[in-house]
Unconditional design. Structure first.
Length: 194
């Protein structure tokens, strides 16, 4: 049995919601995986979920197990992951936790695991996702509580160069997009440390 981890769920409780939200890459990956009897699909998200949200997660048509914790937390009862993805999540990680987030992610995957990362580097408060994020020192300067429904507006202002540095300490990867407003890593493989 192999284990796949999807980091960050939001309101994507059912596979069809990925299409509604325009997340086609994630849909394609999850659509195939959910019909593979040799893969157990896990999802994690530490954000606030109401009781109704949690009930929807437990009825999900693609999540076998839900981890309601942060990557930086310990997960003693959870296996190491063979496959994983993290799309449009890392820009919302607290700036002071970003390097630890990548380190802890490495600890949760097997030495032969394969991952995919997409980081949206733009200002999420603007419809055109501009780079004003880096000019406005007040925007997203305070990280909201998990109960704050606007939690996703916080962006950590870490640029692509810095993300590459954090990942290169723990992973090998192919950079398939390196734009001002987003960066994408594919074939993300752990650096095996003896």
């Amino acid at each position: 049995m192999k284990h796949f981890l999807h980091i960050g769920v939001g309101n994507l409780y059912d596979v069809a919601n990925f299409i509604l939200e325009g997340k086609y890459h994630q849909y394609d990956k999850l659509y195939d995986l959910r019909f593979d009897d040799n893969i157990k699909t896990w999802a994690c998200d530490c954000k606030y979920y109401s009781k109704d949200n949690l009930a929807s997660l437990h009825r999900s048509d693609w999540i076998d197990n839900f981890i309601h914790k942060d990557i930086c937390d310990d997960w003693p009862e959870v296996p190491l992951f063979d496959l994983w993805d993290c799309t449009s999540v890392m820009e919302h990680v607290k700036k002071e936790n970003a390097e630890l987030f990548v380190k802890k992610l490495r600890e949760k995957v097997t030495n032969n695991s394969l991952g995919y990362v997409h980081i949206d580097l733009s200002d999420h408060s603007r419809p055109n996702r501009s780079m004003k994020l880096f000019e406005d020192s007040n925007f997203a300067s305070q990280y909201p509580t998990k109960e704050d429904k606007g939690y996703w507006l916080y962006c950590n202002r870490i640029n692509g160069t810095q993300w590459k540095k954090y990942f290169s300490e723990h992973f090998l990867f192919d950079v398939i997009n390196d734009e001002e407003t987003y960066i994408t890593f594919d074939n993300v493989r752990p650096i095996n440390k003896d």
